[in-house]
Design a protein around this ligand. Structure first.
Ligand SMILES: O=C(O)CCC(=O)C(=O)O
Ligand SMILES: [Fe+2]
Length: 332
């Protein structure tokens, strides 16, 4: 049995394990939790590209959330060969993940804000996943590096230098639209008294109020696409990247395929804490819109492991926290 260790600081936070026993799993997962809460992401060297390893690991962190592109377990394949969801979105080229083009930094599920009916008849809020777990199976011949931007660092600097810009980013002036999904939101949103989160895409799905267009462009050019905030690294086969989807935005560079096999990642979303809705006058009726969100309800999980609860989202230092709260008040 290999000893579990966190390697010397490399391009990324690498934690390795080799089929640990129960006690060691616990130790590994506490390290993983610590890394995600400190840096917003971590990379685990799993030594296997097996889907079962990904699912096994993902289940520790919460409920896998299905999506239009996933299977019943919540695994979505990211590859240029993936036409698993031969629906209208694929034919309209709405899935950047399944091309060899650059996929600009984004949070997954940015366009999600809805309600679905669960199997037991309850109304579940559908929103972006809390964690995104990506398992590299086959690398590209060239390119395809992962790109991460920690929006906590970005927000800290923007609060120090560009408070007028942050004010726009706290306003509900953006929308992300894809197919029949549309989420109207702010870029940064307060999710608890001390925690914030980002929702971000900057491509054909992004819509912004006319008056805020310049601010969003500035935010992208000065912060998100500034190399100072970007971490780039190549995931190796068997490595699993876990990203706090409320804090770290991720993307990948364009790539060139190998002739013999295409680049392939398996991706699992871990759902946010469940939130249910009721009809206060007890007159619940079927609504078509629930069906649109049904594909995003949680996967059924067998042999659930005790969950490791990771605190996701952006945490600010007390003085910046106070500035952000003040800016939010000024919007009202
Ligand atoms: O291809 C990658 O490395 C990442 C893909 C991705 O971010 C996505 O499919 O949402
Ligand atoms: Fe993604």
């Amino acid at each position: 049995m290999e000893k579990i260790h966190i390697s010397e600081p490399t391009a990324h936070n690498l934690i390795s394990f080799d089929r640990p026993n129960n006690q060691e799993w616990k130790e590994v997962f506490n390290q993983v939790k610590y890394q995600i809460e400190t840096d917003g992401y971590c990379v685990i060297q799993a030594g296997s590209t097996d889907r079962s390893v990904l699912l096994e690991l993902a289940k520790y962190f919460g409920n896998p959330q299905r999506s239009l592109g996933s299977d019943e377990w919540g695994i979505a394949e990211v590859s240029t060969f993936n036409n698993g969801n031969k629906n209208i979105l694929t034919s309209q080229n709405q899935y950047l993940s399944n091309t060899a083009q650059e996929f600009p930094c984004h949070t997954d599920g940015a366009f999600l804000l809805g309600i679905a009916k669960t199997k037991d008849g309850r109304l579940l809020q559908i929103s972006p996943p809390k964690l995104v777990v990506l398992q590299m199976v086959n690398t590209a011949e060239e390119g395809g590096a992962s790109v991460l931007v920690d929006s906590q660092r970005v927000l800290e600097d923007a609060l120090d230098w560009d408070s007028d810009l942050v004010k726009v980013l706290l306003k509900p002036c953006v929308a992300y639209a894809r197919g029949d999904q549309l989420a109207c939101s702010s870029v940064f949103e307060r999710i608890s008294s001390e925690t914030w989160r980002i929702r971000w895409r900057y491509d054909f799905t992004t819509l912004v109020e006319e008056s805020a267009g310049d601010a969003i462009k500035l935010f992208h050019s000065k912060y998100i696409s500034n190399p100072k905030y970007q971490k780039r690294f190549y995931l190796q086969p068997g490595e699993i990247l876990i990203v706090d989807n409320f804090r770290v935005i991720h993307g990948r560079e364009a790539f060139k395929e190998r002739t013999e096999k295409s680049r392939l990642l398996n991706v699992v979303w871990i759902a946010d804490t469940e939130k249910f809705f009721i009809n206060p006058v007890c007159q619940l009726k079927y609504q078509q819109v629930y069906d649109l969100y049904e594909p995003y309800t949680n996967a059924e999980v067998e042999n659930r492991k005790p969950a490791i609860s990771v605190c996701a989202g952006i945490q600010l230092s007390p003085n910046r926290q106070a500035i952000a709260k003040q800016l939010l008040c000024e919007l009202l």
